[in-house]
Design a protein around this ligand. Sequence first.
Ligand SMILES: Nc1nc2c(c(=O)[nH]1)N[C@H]1C(S)=C(S)[C@@H](COP(=O)(O)OP(=O)(O)OC[C@H]3O[C@@H](n4cnc5c(=O)[nH]c(N)nc54)[C@H](O)[C@@H]3O)O[C@H]1N2
Ligand SMILES: Nc1nc2c(c(=O)[nH]1)N[C@H]1C(S)=C(S)[C@@H](COP(=O)(O)OP(=O)(O)OC[C@H]3O[C@@H](n4cnc5c(=O)[nH]c(N)nc54)[C@H](O)[C@@H]3O)O[C@H]1N2
Ligand code: SF4
Ligand SMILES: [Mo]
Length: 755
Amino acid sequence: MRTVAYRTCHLCEATCGLELHLDGGAIALVRGDRDDVFSRGYLCPKGSALKHLEADPDRVRRPLVKRDGVFTEVGWDDAFAEVDRRLGEIRARHGNDALAVYLGNPSAHNLGALVYNRVLLQAAHTANVYSASTVDQMPKQVSAGLMFGTALSVPVPDVDRTHHLLVLGANPFESNGSLLTAPDLPGRLRALRARGGKLVVVDPRRTRTAQEADEHLAIRPGTDAFFLMALVEVLFADGLADPGAVAPHVAGLDEVRRLAADFTPERVAPVCGIDAATIRRTARELAAAPSAAVYGRIGTCTQEFGTLASWLVDVVNVCTGNLDRPGGAMFARPAAGSANTAGTPGKGRGVRFGARRSRVRGLPARFGELPVVCLAEEIETPGEGQVRALLTVAGNPVVSTPDSRRLDRALASLDFMVSVDIYVNETTRHADVILPPERELARGHYDLALYNLAVRNVANYSPPVVGLEPGELPEWQILLRLAGSLSGQGPHADVDALDDFVVAGLVQRAVARGPAEGRDPEEITKELASRRGPERVLDLMLRTGPYGDGYGTNPDGISLATLEANPHGVDLGPLQPRVPEVLRTASGMIELAPPEIVEDVRQRLRPALDRPADGALVLVGRRDLRSNNSWMHNLPVLVKGRPRCTLQVHPHDAARLGVADGAPVRVRSEAGEVVVGAEVTDTVMPGVVSLPHGWGHDLDGVRLAVARAHAGVNSNVLAPADMFDPLSGNAVLNGIPVTVEPAVPAAGPAPVAGG
Ligand SMILES: Nc1nc2c(c(=O)[nH]1)N[C@H]1C(S)=C(S)[C@@H](COP(=O)(O)OP(=O)(O)OC[C@H]3O[C@@H](n4cnc5c(=O)[nH]c(N)nc54)[C@H](O)[C@@H]3O)O[C@H]1N2
Ligand SMILES: Nc1nc2c(c(=O)[nH]1)N[C@H]1C(S)=C(S)[C@@H](COP(=O)(O)OP(=O)(O)OC[C@H]3O[C@@H](n4cnc5c(=O)[nH]c(N)nc54)[C@H](O)[C@@H]3O)O[C@H]1N2
Ligand code: SF4
Ligand SMILES: [Mo]
């Protein structure tokens, strides 16, 4: 029998509504849900590939334990017993820090993981916490935290109303947006232009987004902070700097003016490769537009001055009077779980960075985690506190993080490794135990994280579409059972009791402050009693959130039941100005010139202005619409056609280097080398080459038959672990010096290095 179900796609940040046509438990067809309040029918090829993901024969469906080097299917009890025993021994002998945890990207799209990873980390009680955040958005979290008071207080460009959008280091026509949740960004950006607005893209490559823009400015990789500083300099020099309505809430404007003074367009132009007149005009156009927004993403974060570039994006938004006004850069007001809707409006503890550093290299911890660029050395370097065991949850650091080859070797040397994952891939092949979560359709979904970053306030819950099959265990239960084991309750920890304990803590917090303040905790617990797991926590968060029913205080407010009754989502309206209420800094002000940032400008950015250009060839990455970091290359529909893992080289460089289109080239960096096919194209600027990340699937033991046949090479073999942004600890993945030469084809197939 065919049935139809509605579900938010969890694959990227766009949160598209899907209409699933089900035949029994299997997906027969995926369509965009035309009635979805946010996506209105849009979907991309990955959304429709969901059915292949569910049915992928390579997917791990039963727990695996490695016996004599071979993965063997076992029951859940045996798998947890193995984890409990091995981790128990290691932690008893070497202490809690001997276990490192790495959390990967899909955790941010998974309600169970968003709720219970925290519990797992508490139980692990280790200094060695790592995640994909330090190869991604950590610089933005640091700058937003310092400026506005919480790590997710990230202003989003109001794309649906703006008159002018300046995009740096983002390619939403392929990525569908990031730190900017908006289904159908291509459509929204075309609409911006159709209503007479202007779209400007700053990128070393003429991306699809740049091709659809009014203007493309080709920038030398890693120099966005200079370009943005020059915009600020012009705004002040021309008397255009005016924060507008937020002015009474801005601290540090004069300091910013002083800092920017040296960065005139003439000084900056040779550094970033954009001429002074264009820089000046760009600043004036931003200031003159009825509304404008600057938006920076992965290209501005994963680079040498990642935190400074991320900070400057918002400095320009403030100085042009566009922060917090419609059409500018605004704060979402999510329905559940946001730190900037909790506590006292307008004031908080702010963000202060402690003194904790990594053991070997002394890199800084941020928001409770260490930079992933130091994971390999923490495993390899003997001594007190050495990492001997690793737990990964939804991560593939061997492909996704720098100096992949070294990390690959380091993982092989661990005493024990356990992975919560759906594939045996480049990382999890090193695991001793793999714990596979249930199929996506068997879990509920709500974007607890992404609604912090949405261009509209929306709440949409998707219930499980199919039931659990015998032997399937929900991810949240896996995480809680691991937490139980790590907190000394043995391999059979009572998941329900743990969950009750978690909820009791949340209820205590809820009655202490906010809409449910003063309520009897027992009554609230009773009202929640019909639900378990992530849904129970979500219901509590929604009801005590800014639109919630507050358990009676706001009778028109929402609860999870409201969302269940609205399968296409609940639209909570366009973004509204939120300053000063949104602020959680200790001063209650927007901190435009936080001391840590001022220091970084003085110590690193200002001196680099005088750095002579060395003319080195540098490497940047790229994304493709049909990829999802490293893990969706096993679906034939997403990899068919021409190979996509190619090194893009500008024709001038190709001629100079003797590189022919389609021929293999050897790419070398300080960290390693790969051999890959060249693609000669003028979409990449001279002096820059581009290789996508997420490939290199031909390592021994990887169980991805389709991906292996389209292996490609791992670009992070080339990323040195000693290139990072010191303020955030984030890896530098763009702007890596490389050399490129024709690879002399050896006898047999070209030697393809990958990880
Ligand atoms: N199809 C697809 N969609 C995805 C993903 C995916 O892998 N595939 N991944 C998801 C994830 S996890 C994320 S974080 C987002 C990322 O979303 P985006 O930030 O939009 O990611 P990219 O498409 O990689 O765009 C980054 C751009 O930065 C440019 N760039 C490189 N270096 C510099 C620089 O120094 N300065 C400037 N100005 N530009 C630079 C690159 O050429 C590239 O065009 O995408 C998400 N969506
Ligand atoms: N050079 C370069 N490197 C990059 C980037 C870049 O632009 N350039 N981008 C970086 C960015 S933005 C990111 S976010 C990282 C991503 O880095 P990671 O998160 O480490 O890598 P992913 O490829 O997302 O791997 C996701 C893993 O989760 C598993 N998985 C999928 N669904 C589920 C699930 O429901 N539950 C569980 N438990 N597991 C699941 C997959 O099998 C896979 O092993 O890569 C980073 N690396
Ligand atoms: S754009 Fe993202 S959320 Fe939308 S269908 Fe594609 S992968 Fe899913
Ligand atoms: Mo990411």
